[in-house]
Design a protein. Sequence first.
Length: 290
Amino acid sequence: MPHKPVLLQEVLKIFEGISLKVFFEGTVGAGGHARAILEAHPEIELYLACDRDPVALEISRNSLLASWGKKVEWVRGAYANLAQFLKERKIVSIDGFFIDVGVSSMQLDERERGFSFMGDAPLDMRMDPDNPLTAERLVNEQSEIALARILFEYGEERRSRKVARAIVEARRKRRIRTTGELVEIIKPVATRGRLHPATLVFQALRIAVNDELGQLKKGLEAAIEKTAPLGRIAAISFHSLEDRIVKNVFRDAKESCESLMKKPWVPTEEEIKKNPRSRSAKLRAVEKRG
């Protein structure tokens, strides 16, 4: 599936009418949002395009952002390390910060990465290939109690204990190595409904492998600290766990930041029709007080 930046016009509206000299994007992906922001803000002097997925960085460097030259600097790593990245470059503050969290369409479509339960692939799920923790290690080495906690807390899987028990019983016979093997193990016991029975389990494992919720909280707090007065911070989330963190971090920063919306912005029916993966997206944003 071709990469389609989610809530693109809404993101541009967030940064409309302000001067952006230094901008930081923590999840540049294929570069769709980045290109649009750069086109809308010719005053940008430095666009820090960050991603912990080297494949995504290479794609954005060689396609959508190839023509922007020295304005764009690629940063490989987790956006949660924003303060460190700025310190290394002797940058005091930024004027804009944006993240589009969770797994990207590109990552889902790269079957060998193991993010998708459609088909069979190694149980990997790492956004950063240097991360020593894989989904295979999680499902084969965590205790039944720990697995159940991961599935319940990160996937909101109501049958987390049954699923964890099924995984532990299966791995006693042989190590679980592929997404297809895991799907067959969990299909009879996972929550059924309009979602595929593996959806919540795969979400939980991916979040745990990549520490997505911890990174999100740390990254947003760093962004609030490092954004200059009247600068803006925006985040797109895709499920309730992420959105709750964004909402709470922004609320807790109300003394230094002002919300730019009463409720999160969501995709139009037209966008959802064109890009079904956008249906659960929510955009929240704040402005740093002057």
